[in-house]
Design a binder for this molecule. Sequence first.
Ligand SMILES: O=C(O)C(=O)Cc1ccccc1
Length: 314
Amino acid sequence: MRGFFGPEGTFTHQALLTLGDEPAIPLPTVKRALDAVRSGEVEASLVPIENSIEGGVSATLDYLALPDDPLQIVQEVVIPVSFDLCVRRGTKLGQVRRVVSHPHAIAQVRGWLDEHLPDAVVVERGSTAGAAELVADPASGFDAAVCAPVAGKMYGLVSAAHHISDNDRAATRFVLVSRPGRSPLRTGHDKTSLVAYMRQDHPGALLEILQQFAVRGVNLCRIESRPTKTTLGEYCFSIDAEGHVSEARMAEALMGLRRICKDVVFLGSYPRADRKSPKVPYGGKDSDYHEAQAWVRSIEPLGDDDPNPSSHEN
Ligand SMILES: O=C(O)C(=O)Cc1ccccc1
């Protein structure tokens, strides 16, 4: 059984429906959705990870990549998001005093709220659909929810205003996450996600991380710094790169990171939602790496039969 960041009517739920109609369990927070995977209560959970306006969803980025207990992304889904202001039947726009929604939804309608409801108190809570459910109860003290029209309908609300997003091309990316295991097979249009912890804070440390990808022609789709949560001012880098771990240039980039970083947390190789194939640079094909590897083997003085392997230990 799958889990998702719920309740029913969230954008995550809409993204889940694009994957088929298997029954799934709504979980009220991203943490609960990921805990359910860790405990084995569900086999995988769908959670939001990034949106085109607000960037990464910190709760997901951090809790997915716990260094001692990381989970693995097996699939991604991207859907457009558009918000309505939903109220109980009979409430007029001018009567709205208190608005509730998910922080990423509020961030995407901030301009509209400032213009149309400048005096309203705006409260961040749960999910967009959870907000609609709250507003449905007059005793909740909330007059309006920022949510998908489908969530409004689901909880018996009506739209006081349609399409209130400040940017009408906003999209959100969701990931289906499971316990670590084998990555989905390579499709030719894949992404690899990881978190890199620098060995120490020194000039050029970030450049060294980037170089591991750059010299192998691996393009990055996202890189953001996240606090390590151990020491103030200490950061790690959450990265999505184009390609699959079974591709030689990606595997070599990961090996490079492993050599130079304090820690590298692998979060999975999985098919890209937009099915865009990466541009493979000159010399970057698997066959180029294999040919180069075979050539080095052929010129190594000792070949594979090193009589004294322990002499290489340090
Ligand atoms: O609260 C929801 O509906 C979610 O699934 C999270 C979210 C919030 C705002 C935009 C996209 C996803």
